[in-house]
Design a protein around this ligand. Structure first.
Ligand code: AMP
Length: 217
């Protein structure tokens, strides 16, 4: 968990390749659906993409159904990593139901924390690869060649919802709907707060070390 721009997508990519965990990013699923021709999308998905472009939250049932359809990812033997889900109390309840039905444990809820001014700077300079989804930043993690992905040579783009107006909306939605979840997981003793300041590999090492302590590995 963490506000938009805190770096959870980058960490999720590092963690899933480092730990072999299945990475399920609901935001990536919506972005992949946005690439499909309109006739190949369900009406619920078309409505969800409209909501997403405005920087608002997609209705709970649409997101929950999408996660349910990908339950195989949660059964992965090296574990799973949910990125950007759950984002509301209703979604966290649905996740609890899925985990109980699948008899799967949830070891920790990592919460990346960063002051607001860092968040806005990160979001407005972020660039994503349209092919392999790698994430760059024009100042703190620039690609070797401007506009081109170091990893696969794909073209970099700025997400529609990384425009200043949309950033404000996303942060408001985070404060209203997602922040209350932190208290919920804190009470359950599952919250693992990590300060998300510094280079990605430093935050990654901190995360792995905290996770290992948590699961006693
Ligand atoms: P993200 O890449 O996680 O920042 O997600 C991008 C956008 O996708 C969000 O701003 C929402 O519009 C939508 N989205 C992703 N995950 C969820 C979720 N769990 N609940 C509602 N909307 C979501």
């Amino acid at each position: 968990m963490g506000a938009p721009g805190v770096g959870k997508g980058t960490q999720a990519q590092l963690l899933s390749s480092g730990l072999g965990a299945c990475h399920l990013s609901t935001g990536d699923l919506f972005r992949a659906a946005a690439e499909l021709p309109e006739q190949h999308r369900t009406p619920a998905m078309t409505a969800a993409l409209e909501v997403m472009r405005r920087g608002e939250l997609v209705p709970d049932e649409t997101v929950i159904n999408m996660v349910r359809e990908r339950v195989a990812c949660l059964r992965n033997s090296a574990g799973f990593l949910l990125d950007g889900f759950p984002r509301t109390i209703r979604q966290s309840e649905a996740l609890d139901d899925i985990l109980v039905a699948e008899k799967l444990p949830l070891h920790a809820v990592v919460s990346y924390e960063l002051p607001m001014e860092f968040i806005v700077a990160r979001l407005s300079g972020r660039r994503n690869c349209e092919q392999c989804k790698a994430i760059f930043h024009i100042v703190s993690r620039p690609p070797k060649t401007e506009g081109i992905c170091d990893r696969c040579g794909g073209k970099l783009f700025r997400r529609d919802d990384d425009e200043p107006e949309k950033i404000r909306t996303r942060l408001q939605f985070y404060a209203q709907w997602t922040e209350p979840l932190l208290g919920h997981y804190l009470k359950k003793g599952m919250l693992l707060p990590i300060r998300a300041e510094g280079p990605p590999h430093v935050i990654y090492r901190k995360t792995v070390s905290e996770l290992r302590k948590r699961i006693g590995a």
